[in-house]
Design a protein around this ligand. Structure first.
Ligand SMILES: [Zn+2]
Length: 491
């Protein structure tokens, strides 16, 4: 038997540890892993020079559609290959699928109206594989969940709890008409959330509810207090959203999740209070998964770049919090990592002027992170002894695939899986610059040196990135239709 490709001399990383040998690929799938001498004959052989081989990274948390949707899908997915990301979960609003943020209608519509254009944007332009997490913001959408599962293969649904109060609430929290921009100027209520949870539970695994846990109605009080003190730094941005606001939402909605039998996924966990509630809910029998991300593990509210560019929700926290979140990630209380990747130009961000005339205003300081999540976790996590390579594979690949209903098609180096692979030089140091990350956009780690970078990224057995260059073409990625019926993807 001759296979398409063999990658030899790899240190193959799995949750069980590191194995030296090679990977055989045929027809875009992994067919075998073996010691170098036992690999099959191949049409092409690549020598990995004892670098580390990981399954392609899965980023479960990205926000294309800040500008034109198809452009974001193309640019961001191709740039993602730099960071070893081969699958992205795009969180989208029905109002923004197919159009940009500023063109988005002010109210959300049924996904029946918008999904076809969004799917074709992925099929024609994506550089990596993409699945969708639908934002659910009205009863019509909540009632259509069974349809979305069956017809569109969407099994994860996002509830923007932080902004559910609508524009009146987001204005009072200093965020302007943020709810409008998400498509629900009048907000939505717990009835919609309840209906959504019921329908997700009924649809069965791998269906899951994602929540942004942050009670912005209480944030407004702390925001007003901080604003009157005239503080204008990231520490103020942090202080205005105390940990209990995150914890409060997790506790409340864990109860609804338990009542309805709906699996719960907490995106971008950022506080120790929140972590404590995740642990408590799990002990009480709630099916709960927590995700955190590099900006909440690494960047300090006072000391680090991006400084004022990092005005995100939930806020960037402090070093003591980072260490507790690292322990949570290491010990399994936090299962997943994601980026909250937002393709924002620097001009769109508020920059150093956190406050204007005594008032803070939110101007979307999200940043791009798909290119840097994996290097940042290797650099600050593995190299500094906070987390093992095996645990990185679990939290960036295996668990993300499992939560998305894509395991073991994605997230594992195993026969039958898609041949999405990253080869990493653990000693390679690069400073994060627009050239290195192939993006002029606001980036969380810009200006920082990170050690441990992908040197090759493969998608479906094709080399999509090598030595700093993106080789993949738009259209290389596929839309991933997930399948209800079992937690694992039927292979
Ligand atoms: Zn997000």
């Amino acid at each position: 038997m001759t296979v398409d490709l063999v990658i030899k001399n790899c240190n193959i990383v799995s949750p069980e540890g590191v194995f030296h040998g090679g990977i055989a690929i045929d027809g875009g799938k992994i067919v075998a892993m073996a010691s170098n001498s036992n690999l099959p004959f191949a049409s092409r052989t690549i020598d990995a020079h004892d670098h580390y081989a990981f399954p392609g990274i899965i980023d479960p948390h990205t926000h294309p559609g800040k500008r034109d949707f198809a452009t974001d899908i193309k640019n961001e997915s191709l740039a993602a290959l730099v960071g070893g990301v081969t699958t992205m979960g795009a969180i989208i609003k029905s109002s923004r699928m197919g159009v940009g943020w500023s063109d988005a209608p002010p109210t959300s519509v049924s996904y029946k109206q918008t999904f076809p254009a969004a799917e074709s944007a992925v099929t024609s332009s994506a550089g990596i594989d993409v699945y969708f997490n639908f934002g659910i913001v009205n009863d019509e959408q909540a009632n259509e969940i069974p349809f979305y599962v069956k017809e569109y293969g969407v099994t994860s649904f996002k509830f923007y709890l932080g902004y559910m109060g609508g524009d009146r609430a987001s204005q009072r929290a200093g965020l302007g008409n943020f709810s409008s921009r998400l498509g629900f100027p009048d907000g939505f209520d717990d009835g919609t959330v309840y209906l959504g949870f019921e329908n997700i539970a009924k649809a069965g695994p791998p269906c899951i509810a994602h929540i942004h846990a942050e009670n912005m109605e209480i944030v407004r009080i702390f925001f007003e207090r901080a604003a009157t003190q005239g503080n204008a730094d990231l520490a103020m941005w942090n202080a205005r959203s105390p940990g209990f606001c995150e914890a409060h939402h997790i506790r409340s909605y864990a109860q609804l999740a338990q009542l309805t039998g709906c699996p719960l996924y907490v995106v971008h966990l950022s506080t120790t209070d929140g972590l404590d509630e995740v642990i408590r809910a799990r002990r009480e029998g709630v099916n709960i998964t927590a995700e955190t991300g590099p900006q909440w593990l690494i960047i300090d509210e006072m000391d680090d770049p991006p400084g004022f560019w990092g005005k995100v929700n939930p806020p960037i926290r402090d070093r003591a919090t980072h260490e507790k979140l690292w322990v949570g990630l290491r010990d399994g209380d936090i299962s997943c990592t994601g980026t909250d990747h937002v393709p924002n130009m620097k001009e769109q961000c508020h920059g150093p002027e956190l406050m204007t005339e005594g008032k803070a205003s939110y101007k979307g300081t999200g940043g791009v992170g798909m290119q840097t999540m994996f290097p940042a976790l290797l650099s600050e996590g593995v190299r500094k002894g906070r987390i093992s390579l095996a645990r990185i594979v679990e939290t960036c690949c295996q668990n993300n695939a499992f939560a998305a209903g894509l395991f073991p098609k994605k997230g594992a180096i195993t026969p039958g899986a898609d041949a999405d692979l990253v080869i990493v030089d653990m000693k390679l140091t690069k400073k994060v610059t627009p050239e290195v990350i192939h993006s002029p956009l606001n980036a969380f780690f810009e200006g920082r040196e990170l050690t441990g970078w992908p040197v090759m990224t493969f998608l479906h057995g094709e080399l999509g990135f090598e030595d700093g260059e993106i080789l993949a073409k738009p259209g290389a990625g596929k839309y991933l239709r997930r399948i209800a019926g079992s937690q694992c993807y039927p292979m």
